[in-house]
Design a protein around this ligand. Structure first.
Ligand SMILES: Nc1ncnc2c1ncn2[C@@H]1O[C@H](COP(=O)(O)OP(=O)(O)OP(=O)(O)O)[C@@H](O)[C@H]1O
Length: 282
């Protein structure tokens, strides 16, 4: 496969604890991969390895067939845009200024903001629905607006790989859908950690399910999001049906988890109480 992004046997440990173990996957150019898994599964850690914040102790990562550590800092900054879930609070600038920093990897000193740059900034602000906030203080935006401004900054960066850590955090449902559809429509390769399995199912080309730092499943949503696997990995029980519009898996969760022995769905898959150590499906 001609992969835009490839991870081979990645392992990363911290404080003597194995956080990622032997994770491998490949992603074709232009595809959007949804990284899913329970809290603490290792999603952010994997993304941090991909954008060179963490150095894996084993394995390697190839970006457009080049080992990422061999790519210059400038080239990496041009090629990879990262949007994180925690917005730094010290951004004491206007929204437009924050978005303009997406152009930094292309600029030398004093090489700033011609008409073309300005157009790119305004276009990106329009794309994320923030045209009317261009001159507002970034720190005064709501959490969702901040997130959209940071996505606009990533758009002006013109990356070939977009890495997003919970990009839909803080967003209302319309913007959750809109931002993921927008990111997808850019035609660049995307890897995004997403907690909402239904959104991930609907909007990603493929899913990679992590649990305890390992890759449990990788492929299209129908192959990954089975009732059995959702029960095993997330400890919830559910029914999965085809989405009425797009046919992809739509998960209907069951309730009543305080019940002795959890809750079983029609197929017998059950929810798992917090204190249960052993993960079993049936
Ligand atoms: N720098 C670190 N040092 C020690 N442990 C870490 C470090 N970073 C992450 N961990 C641990 O690694 C595990 C995976 O964390 P990570 O943030 O990657 O999970 P996640 O899947 O993104 O979780 P969530 O869905 O809750 O955001 C957690 O147990 C976390 O405490």
């Amino acid at each position: 496969m001609n992969a835009a992004l490839r991870a081979e046997n990645l392992s990363w440990s911290a404080d003597g604890k194995k956080i990622l173990q032997d994770v491998s996957f490949a992603l074709e150019p232009g595809k959007m991969l949804g990284l899913i898994g329970p809290n603490g599964a290792g999603k952010s850690s994997l993304l941090r390895c991909l954008y060179r914040y963490h150095q894996p102790q084993a394995g390697r990562i190839l970006l457009n067939n080049k080992e990422i550590n061999s790519i210059s800092r400038k080239s990496f900054a041009q090629t990879v845009a990262v949007v994180l879930q925690d917005t730094p609070t010290e951004m004491n600038s206007t929204v437009e200024q924050i978005v303009a920093t997406g152009l930094t990897p292309y600029k030398g000193l004093f090489q700033w903001d011609g008409k073309e740059d300005n157009n790119a900034i305004q276009a990106a602000l329009c794309q994320v629905g923030l045209a009317d906030k261009a001159y507002a203080s970034f720190s005064h935006l709501s959490g969702g607006e901040k997130q959209r401004a940071l996505i606009a900054r990533a758009i002006v960066q013109r990356p070939s790989l977009f890495i997003l850590d919970e990009p839909t955090n803080h967003l209302d449902i319309r913007y959750q859908i809109q931002i993921l559809e927008l990111v997808r429509s850019l035609g660049i390769t995307v890897i995004a950690s997403i907690h909402d399995l239904n959104l991930a199912s609907a909007l990603c080309d493929e899913l990679l399910l992590l649990a305890d730092g390992r890759c449990v499943a990788h492929g299209d949503a129908a192959g990954v999001l089975t009732e059995e696997r959702i029960s095993q990995v997330f400890g919830v029980c559910c029914k999965v049906t085809p989405h009425p519009q797009i046919g992809k898996p739509l998960i209907h969760y069951y309730y009543g988890y305080q019940k002795e022995g959890g809750y079983r769905n029609e197929a017998g898959y059950r929810s798992k109480a917090d204190h249960e150590v052993v993960i079993d499906a049936k």
